[in-house]
Design a binder for this molecule. Structure first.
Ligand SMILES: Cc1cc2nc3c(=O)[nH]c(=O)nc-3n(C[C@H](O)[C@H](O)[C@H](O)COP(=O)(O)O)c2cc1C
Length: 322
């Protein structure tokens, strides 16, 4: 059983120290561990070329065609059974390098799309290397540590929610998270024995979770307002009604105020369609299939007029100065 720790922070600073503490405890719990610091890695942003999903849907494997250090991280994640990530908060949300990694890893490894492609290949009698990499279908467990310098939590409000975007596409189970803000006044996380203990507990929890059914895993950390991702963000709809949504999970619930306290409830049906569940992933998969059904006939019907309609955008520099 392998636990991978990834730090998106500086060398030997907060994120790295916290991830390493988690790995020490994961090792004590019997895991083989690996640590990666991304700070000096080149991880470019996804250019939206779609090559990864095209290869997936045309008999190949999922591979990003940008040849940079992302490929090292992708391999390490695919070889791991559990992953602990720590990332600094920059400008109220997770550092951009983390988001570059998520954009290139998550959608390409969408579990519903992969399951459907694998079923298709099996039906066609494909075997061995003609099938998709079996590592795409392994259940994995993940823990998140968001690291912020500011002394108040309102300067890290998008840190943990954004970190949760890493694991949902490939159906990883989040086992816990830590909002490690206030690092500026701490000077070094090692001075905060409670925080270091929490990091160790998260590492141990990850190692102990490997192989267990997802619904038997108890959450570690603050419970938050959303019962699925345990974050504290809520979106309010245009109608300003009491119907709210968890923007991380995409599930709707109801908000009430009782004795000056906000009470938020989500039905079982909604919890079972969170983005991080197979139901949620399939909902999005069918949404994408449905888009093709609408979009392709529209393009066919307009194939003669579309080039003319696009001309002023194509030749923008020419047209704008006329
Ligand atoms: C460009 C930049 C923006 C930052 N923005 C925030 C912020 O919005 N909120 C916050 O709490 N800390 C912010 N910080 C502080 C970092 O989160 C903090 O230094 C953290 O410890 C860095 O992680 P590391 O120690 O693992 O490298 C920012 C730091 C930098 C360099």
């Amino acid at each position: 059983m392998k636990v991978l720790g990834i730090s998106f922070g500086r060398k030997m600073k907060c994120s790295e120290i916290m991830v390493k503490e988690a790995l020490y405890k994961a090792k004590e719990a019997g895991a083989e561990v690996e640590f990666i610091s991304t700070v000096n890695m080149e991880i470019g942003h996804c250019k939206g070329c779609g090559a990864c999903s095209t290869m997936r849907d045309r008999g190949g494997q999922v591979k990003c065609i940008i040849k940079d250090d992302y490929l090292i991280l992708e391999e390490a994640v695919l070889n791991a059974d559990a992953i602990i990530l720590a990332a600094p908060v920059f400008a109220v949300g997770t550092v951009g390098q983390f988001k570059n990694f998520v954009d290139r890893f998550g959608p390409a490894h969408d579990r519903a799309a992969l399951e459907e492609e694998q079923k298709k290949r099996l039906k066609e009698g494909k075997t061995g290397d003609e099938l998709l990499d079996p590592r795409y279908f392994k259940d994995r467990y993940v823990g998140y540590i968001s690291v912020g310098g500011a002394s108040t939590q309102n300067w890290v409000s998008l840190g943990l929610p954004l970190m949760h975007l890493f694991g949902f596409s490939c159906y990883m189970k989040a086992v816990g998270h830590i909002d490690a803000y206030d690092q500026g006044r701490k000077a070094n996380p090692v001075f905060d024995t409670e925080l270091i203990k929490q990091c160790g507990d998260l590492g141990r929890k990850l190692a102990e979770s490997v192989g267990r059914p997802y619904d038997e895993i108890e959450w570690m950390g603050e419970r938050g307002v959303c019962p699925v991702c345990h974050n504290n963000l809520l979106s309010i709809g245009k109608d300003c009604s009491t119907n709210i949504e968890c923007p991380v999970c995409g599930i709707t619930g109801n908000l009430e105020i009782q004795n000056n306290k906000i009470i938020v409830t989500f039905s079982e049906e909604q919890k079972n369609r969170a983005r991080s569940t197979m139901n949620g992933l399939y909902e999005h998969y069918y949404e994408i299939q449905g888009m093709k059904e609408v979009c392709i006939p529209k393009l066919m019907a307009n194939k003669d007029t579309l080039p003319k309609m696009l001309e002023k955008y194509e030749k923008f520099d020419e047209y704008i100065n006329q």
